[in-house]
Ligand binder design. Sequence first.
Ligand code: HEM
Length: 40
Amino acid sequence: MTDFRTGARANNPGMTDLMKAISESDIAALATYIAGLQLQ
Ligand code: HEM
């Protein structure tokens, strides 16, 4: 997510726009949430 925000990953403009629109602390909260998801 941070790489999209900085432009290090640039293959999806929607993803880049979204990650630039939210704060770094929002990204940290999303990362914590995503890391806690489990496949059945
Ligand atoms: C809250 C919303 C979103 C979150 C938390 C999120 C999160 C992520 C994360 C963590 C990755 C990296 C996955 C990996 O490297 O394995 C990713 C990749 C990606 N995201 Fe998002 N995303 C969101 C919304 C969107 C939206 C709105 C779009 C399209 C308009 C999008 C398009 C993509 C694409 C195409 C990739 C893969 C790029 C690649 O394969 O290199 N995402 N996203």
